[in-house]
Design a protein around this ligand. Structure first.
Ligand code: IPE
Ligand code: IPE
Ligand code: MG
Length: 258
């Protein structure tokens, strides 16, 4: 009996979810969604587990949300996976985080290829251990011709250093006559950032109740809609993602106009 009720509950919630999925697709879907996936450590702590157990659980959510984003027609999904500040964490935790891309792509890459997802990354690749870099580069290579969702991992990413690096490149190109400093504008400068070729995010999601950017996409988020939730990333489910899109669709974006 209990099992029957459980099954019924699951079925009804998934049909409700399907209905909400269809409904959001009747309106404008945010073309680029960026997510600060936060709260893995607290999720683990609440269960008296090591922090890395939270990261492992969080990886499963990445898979779920990537699928859903692709299904509802999101064009780009940027996921903050490791910041330039996260090197300050205990060595074992950093080592585990650097193993996650291999673990994730090891089991999920065939599915990404199949589902037409294109993997890219932004961040300083040079500082990544070679096993991490290789896993990402292989995924990028294997999915380079895919035309569906762009899955952009922000890995060893920091927005301030991205901007500084961009400025250095601009200065170099000015000096070499590749661009004229009088012609430098926002569009041209954007093309010197790691998000080159991507539109700015329409929607930013941050989980775990923290209301800050933590050095994430400072330039690109200038006119993005923000949605914060107390839900910890490993608990983030399909209906939370749908809810964020529903809220987005009820916002009025004015971009400074009336
Ligand atoms: C986010 O979860 C994952 C990374 C920053 C890599 P945290 O590890 O920051 O989790 P909390 O904030 O300690 O709960
Ligand atoms: C931001 O989360 C970085 C990632 C989600 C990868 P943090 O947990 O590192 O941010 P702070 O320290 O709370 O600002
Ligand atoms: Mg955190």
């Amino acid at each position: 009996m209990l099992n029957k009720i459980k099954r019924w509950k699951n079925q009804s919630s998934s049909s409700e979810l399907r209905e909400r999925m269809l409904k959001i697709q009747e309106l404008q879907i945010p073309s680029h969604i960026a997510i600060i996936m936060d709260g893995n450590g607290r999720w683990a702590k609440k269960r008296a587990l090591p922090r890395i157990a939270g990261h492992h659980e969080g990886m499963k959510v990445v898979r779920k949300i990537t699928r859903l984003a692709n299904q509802v027609g999101v064009k780009a999904l940027t996921l903050y996976a490791f910041s330039t500040e996260n090197w300050k964490r205990p060595k074992l935790e950093v080592e585990y985080l650097m193993k996650l891309p291999e673990e994730f792509l090891g089991s999920f890459l065939p599915e990404l290829v199949e589902e037409n997802v294109k993997v890219i990354m932004m961040g300083d690749k040079e500082m990544l251990p070679s096993h991490t870099r290789n896993a990402i580069e292989r995924a990028m290579e294997d999915t380079k011709d895919n035309t569906g969702l762009i899955l952009n991992f922000a890995l060893n990413y920091g927005s301030r250093s991205e901007i500084i690096e961009g400025i250095k490149e601009v200065l170099k190109d000015c000096k070499n006559g590749i661009i004229d400093e009088n012609e430098l504008n926002e569009d041209i400068f954007s093309s010197y950032l790691m998000t080159k070729g991507l539109n700015d995010p329409d929607l930013l999601i941050r989980t775990s109740g923290e209301i800050r950017l933590s050095n994430f996409m400072l330039w690109q988020l200038a006119y993005t809609e923000f949605w914060f939730t107390d839900v910890l990333w490993p608990d983030f489910a399909e209906d939370h993602f749908i809810e964020a899109i529903e809220v987005f669709q009820n916002r009025q974006r004015r971009f400074g106009g009336v």
